[in-house]
Design a protein around this ligand. Structure first.
Ligand SMILES: [Zn+2]
Length: 740
């Protein structure tokens, strides 16, 4: 039952150092939190799985077997999932009913083997869900998702199984196990307890009811947000309405209008990717306000799709569930096994960053107001003006035009740059592989080897282009985790993104923030590729949510190293490297608009945490949001990145509930970790890289993350490096000024 690392649907990026960092969702195959789907009605009898169903066969071919993408047909999924669940059910029963006394080997380790077929089938099912989706597959998802969720509940509520896990966990013999075995035992035990395994029958029943109701509410929440995204658009009637828009935005708006049967007009749809460029470039203030209002009011229009009622009920059910499970609040339950461990520690970090971020945002507004005044615009900066005037400030202050940078950022050259970085930091080499099956002709595969020994490390699949049926954003996925429980098994990982494919032979040019995202996802891949553990459950990226973005955010730092830029950021026509003057401008502007980005993100994270610390009181979400932001001193020129009625991270599932702080937490580590390199011999310091590999990238979840970090850095992270990275004043720095 391994964990997969996915970008979550509809999750918008956190602006960090002027770039978009794609968020990720760790999906647990055996959720410690309830799954987002309602437990199923009694399952239909399993259809006989055809013996030749390729999804059920062991992966064959080179490299210890590869996914049989060439043989998969959509009609294989349902019977394969049913047969694999049945196989898993038998394996669980065999463990639970074992007449031998429970031991680590016959219980905890045995669970690693139970459900390997289901893991493989679910891996392919997940790939089709994210990358090859369509109406036919969605019908299977609607049917199978609740049944898979119910199957997970069936395992965590298996009392005989839990008694055996508990016996191993409580046994004095546990001390004789290896540290990794002890951690696996702890993880199994704690996940079962956290899912209610210790509750009495009545409480268990109530838990199932709560989870079922929550699942319906989550579904309703997402459907309402989606309906408000699809249901509103601002239609532009004439050229005059397009004032200020670059050609690419005009073209997108024209296509959106045509798709709505309004050929010859332009439509600004109600999504972030439409809203953001419009607010950045449109010179028509009243249109900016209209687009902004539609966007921030998603799920909050007082109509049939209003989410406030749903949120209120979700919060009450979560509070009740936390109480049932023995926790003060939902936040305390969610954070228990994270690196932060308690909501108080997460709050402390957020509050420490909040005040300087607000102060910086006020300076940013002052800069904008000055430009508006100078231009003679008689206005006071409002939320729909922020991006527009920020762009003007950026050009005035830093003389940086994104269109100047793009010709140097060729996708394939940057990919070579990433490979080179992985070679320098971790000693990996990448060789293209032909003849391995792929699910789409756009997908390419590389073999990863250890340069020094030539030893096979794993496979890296790359699926870079947007297409119908593929979710938006960028993500990493592990098709197979590294392990050596029954002998060496190498990992198979993939990176996925949504670049627009060019004409054959033409270079694909990407933006600076897209390039950062490319390195970010590759950071997740390297986290998987470096894994060196025994048990698959603890492998690679299967770590705490507030720790998992640390390796990926860290890798973003290598994009801007001169070694990468001089060799790999080459002009697509002249082949010349990016001029140092342009690099200097990018660097100089790297902290630009951090007040806005941090306040926008942090206000959402603070409201998320406070909503889940509020306990079982009945909450009116609009009033709670208003009062909380008022008490925080939220600048009125900025709105939360995700207002409560559209905060899908938090209300479309339990995934990021009381967990949106995780990006800041990880970034605290990232900033501090990169300083380990700059304090040493620089970004390519081999000694620091080796410490990083040994303590962070290779250990998976075999070590407590705080300990792992300390072993790497020799100290805890603290927030000074984070403040430096974002260009905020470092607390206490003034006091350290040497006395005369
Ligand atoms: Zn990530």
């Amino acid at each position: 039952m391994r964990k997969l690392l996915f970008a979550s649907a509809g999750v918008a990026a956190l602006v960090s150092a002027g770039c978009a960092t794609t968020t990720q969702e760790v999906r647990e195959a055996a959720p410690s939190a309830p799954a987002t789907q309602a437990p199923a009605a009694p399952s239909a009898p399993a259809e006989a799985a055809p013996v030749d169903n390729p999804l059920l066969a062991r992966w064959t071919g080179p490299y210890g077997g590869v996914p049989p993408f060439d043989k998969v047909r959509i009609e294989h999924f349902k019977p394969a999932l049913e047969a694999a669940m049945e196989e898993n059910r038998r394996a669980i029963a065999a463990i639970a009913n074992d007449p031998a006394a429970p031991t680590f080997e016959n219980t905890i380790a045995a669970l690693e083997d139970a459900g390997r077929t289901l893991d493989d089938v679910e891996t392919l099912y997940g790939i089709w869900g994210s990358s090859m989706n369509g109406p036919e597959f969605q019908a299977i998802q609607r049917e199978m998702a609740p049944r898979l969720a119910a199957f997970s509940d069936e395992i965590t509520q298996n009392e005989k199984l839990f008694q055996r896990i508990e016996a191993v966990y409580q046994s004095p013999d546990k001390a004789k196990l290896t540290p990794e075995q002890q951690r696996l035992t702890w993880l199994r035990y704690t996940n079962f307890v956290r899912s209610g395994a210790k509750l009495d029958a009545g409480a268990k029943k109530r838990l199932v009811d709560i989870n079922q109701r929550l699942a319906s509410l989550f579904t309703g929440f997402s459907q309402n947000v989606l309906a408000d995204e699809e249901g509103y658009a601002v239609v532009l009637e004439s050229e005059a309405d397009l004032a200020g828009l670059p050609d690419s935005v005009r073209a997108g708006a024209a296509a959106a209008a045509e798709a709505r049967g309004l050929k010859g007009k332009w439509a600004i749809t109600n999504t972030r990717s439409s809203m953001e460029p419009f607010l950045t470039y449109s010179a028509r203030r009243e249109l900016r306000e209209k687009v902004w209002r539609n966007y921030v009011n998603r799920g909050d229009n007082g109509d049939a799709r209003d989410n406030n009622q749903i949120i209120s009920e979700v919060l009450q059910l979560r509070a009740e569930r936390a109480k049932l499970l023995g926790y003060a609040t939902h936040a305390h339950w969610r954070l228990e096994n994270t690196m932060a461990k308690t909501p108080e520690r997460a709050m402390q970090l957020m509050e420490a960053v909040w005040t300087p971020a607000v102060a910086r945002a006020r300076e940013e507004v002052a800069d904008m107001q000055a430009i508006a005044n100078k231009e003679g615009a008689k206005l006071k900066i409002e939320p729909w003006d922020y991006r527009y005037y920020a762009e003007k400030v950026r050009k005035a202050k830093y003389d940086l035009d994104q269109n100047e940078v793009k010709p140097y950022l060729q996708l394939e050259k940057l990919r070579e740059g990433m490979f080179w970085v992985a070679g320098e930091l971790f000693g990996f080499s990448f060789t293209p592989v032909d003849g391995v099956p792929v699910y789409h002709p756009d997908v390419r595969v590389w073999e990863v080897k250890d340069k020094a020994s030539g030893k096979h490390v794993g496979l890296w699949y790359f699926d870079p282009y947007a297409r119908q049926g593929k979710r938006s954003g960028a993500w990493m996925n592990a098709y197979r985790n590294q392990e050596r429980y029954h002998g060496e098994v190498s990992t198979i990982v993939s990176n996925n993104s949504n670049f627009v494919k060019g004409a054959p032979g033409e270079a694909v040019l990407i933006s600076w923030s897209d390039a950062e995202t490319l390195f970010h996802e590759f950071g997740h891949a390297l986290h998987g590729l470096n894994s060196n553990v025994t048990y698959p459950t603890l492998s690679g990226t299967a770590v705490a949510r507030d720790y998992v973005e640390f390796p990926s955010q860290l890798l973003e730092h290598w994009l801007s190293t001169p070694e990468v830029l001089n060799t790999y950021a080459l002009h697509y026509q002249t082949g010349k490297p990016i001029p140092p003057a342009l690099v200097a401008k990018i660097e100089k502007a790297s902290n630009f608009n951090q007040g806005f980005g941090t306040v926008e993100y942090l206000s959402s994270a603070l409201v998320d945490m406070k909503l889940h610390l509020a306990g079982s009181q009945k909450i009116d979400p609009d009033a709670f949001e208003r009062d909380t932001l008022g008490a925080l001193g939220m600048p009125k020129e900025i709105v939360m990145r995700h207002r409560t009625p559209q905060f899908s991270h938090v209300f479309a599932g339990d995934g990021y509930s009381a967990g949106y702080y995780s990006y800041l937490w990880s970034d605290t580590l990232t900033a501090d970790a990169f300083e380990a390199f700059t304090e040493g011999k620089g970004a390519y310091d081999r000694t620091v890289a080796e410490r990083l590999r040994k303590n962070v990238f290779s250990v998976g979840n075999t070590v407590d993350p705080a300990e792992a970090y300390r072993s790497f850095r020799g100290k805890d992270a603290g927030i000074d490096a984070l403040m430096r990275k974002r260009g905020f004043p470092v607390p206490g720095a003034a006091k350290k000024t040497p006395a005369k």
